[in-house]
Design a protein around this ligand. Structure first.
Ligand code: URA
Length: 418
């Protein structure tokens, strides 16, 4: 078997066998297939697609490219969640401590930023000292000790996905149904939870722009999950404008902390309640979704969810003085208000455009090896449906790159449509 023949087959729209997929995943992970050949194959898959069987084989091959966790010592109802990606999506940072505060164990492996979307691991790393790169034993120990651990894909979990994820990001091959489904499901199979709620985002700020494609992605992930013996529920989340007000790593962490302190914006609250209610149900802690939502609100109001976040951060080496006092987070050197040139009601804020602009300001990677600027991003002062007077602030730019401020200001005036 050789990689050139496999590339040719996919280029010519032929179906790959299980052995070919396994060969590619194994050899690419080892480094014997070069990035340029993997890029060619991924691009061929992106253009010509994969059927259900190929996507399932890819998920399983990537899941078994490293360790596959056995979380049975934590119980039989380990529930996980994963989002297909969004802009301003800080749901995991908010929701998972809530779930853990309800005595449901949380063992969560997250990804880094991808394309124009942010990643939970990058966000968590903006808390000074917080370690996302810990051993599997410590990961399990942390769940046993404080009921929750949130880590990165830095353990030997689905290393093939980790490599391909960064490659896809760098060659503009992210928004493909079989590639997203196999990326997410490989991580979910490897990280050991047996019940999973998938947040399938749909709209301008999601990889799936239409409900039809979101539905196809959801169905494929459910099938792959079921074949791997997992119970999977998909929730669709609208992602046309960014979720909440903050886009950018530490800015989003601050918004998440404030949410758990009781400052709940409606759009974030809706998503937290919906996904959380299903997580509680899958964990066997409540059949009635509306009662589950009440349980979530109760643990935000009584402070238990916030306390759980503090415990998790402390346990993983993070400096909790930043959680207790968000003013301690380092700020970008330039925080620039962008004033409206006109008055009226905001009709559209394209989340993908906001995500791309935030990346340019420093919040995301343009190349695989780029460092992220945790302080960079955008704060939305006005959202869709808001009335704006002339000279009112639409958004604040946070950046350390003075050379792009003028461009970013003009871009915001274009993105916020009346
Ligand atoms: N999230 C993932 O983990 N992988 C993707 O491909 C997209 C979103």
């Amino acid at each position: 078997m050789n990689i050139i023949e496999i590339i040719e087959k996919k280029r010519d729209k032929k179906e790959l066998t299980k052995d070919e997929i396994e060969y590619f995943v194994k050899e690419y992970t080892k480094g014997t297939i070069a990035d340029y050949q993997a890029s060619a194959l991924i691009m061929a898959i992106y253009i010509n697609g994969m059927n259900e069987r190929e996507a399932t084989d890819l998920s399983i091959a990537m899941a078994y490219s490293g360790d596959v966790l056995d979380l049975s010592e934590l119980g039989n109802d380990i529930v996980d969640k994963h989002s297909t990606g969004g802009v301003g999506d800080k749901i995991s940072i908010i929701l998972l401590p809530i779930i853990a505060s309800l005595e449901i164990p949380v063992a969560k492996m997250s990804g880094r930023g991808l394309g124009f979307t942010g990643g939970t691991v990058d966000k968590m790393e903006s808390i000074p000292g917080y370690r996302t790169n810990i051993s599997i034993d410590e990961f399990i120990e942390n769940v046993q000790k404080v009921g929750i651990s949130m880590i990165g894909q830095t353990l030997n979990l689905a290393p093939a996905d980790k490599k391909l994820y960064a490659l896809r990001d760098a060659i503009s091959c992210v928004d493909s149904i079989p590639l997203i489904a196999s990326s997410i499901m490989s991580k979910k199979i490897a990280s050991g939870a047996n019940k999973i709620v998938l947040d399938v985002t749909v709209g301008k700020g999601a990889f799936m722009k239409t409900q039809d494609n979101a539905q196809k992605l959801a169905e494929l992930m459910i099938k792959i999950g079921n074949l791997a013996g997992k119970e999977v529920v998909c929730v669709f989340t609208k992602m046309d404008e960014p979720l909440g007000k903050a886009v950018g790593n530490s800015l989003e962490v601050i918004e998440a902390i404030n949410f758990l302190k009781g400052f709940m914006s409606k759009d974030i609250k809706d998503v937290v309640l919906e996904i959380g209610a299903y997580m509680i149900k899958l964990a066997g802690k409540g059949e009635d979704l509306s009662k589950n939502k009440d349980m979530i609100i109760e643990n935000i109001i009584n402070g238990k969810a916030y306390e759980k976040l503090v415990q998790m951060v402390k346990n993983q080496g993070g400096d909790i003085s930043y959680i207790n006092d968000i003013n301690k987070f380092e700020k970008a050197k330039y925080i620039i208000p962008v004033e409206s040139k006109t008055s009226g009601i905001i009709k559209e804020i394209n989340a993908e455009d906001v995500g791309k602009l935030a990346c340019l300001l420093g919040a995301g990677r343009l190349k695989k090896e780029d460092e992220i600027d945790n302080t960079a991003g955008i704060i939305l002062n006005k959202k869709i449906g808001d009335y704006v007077e002339e000279k009112e602030v639409l958004a604040y730019i946070h950046t350390n790159k003075p050379e792009i401020i003028e461009y970013a200001k003009n871009k915001i005036l274009e993105i916020w449509k009346f």
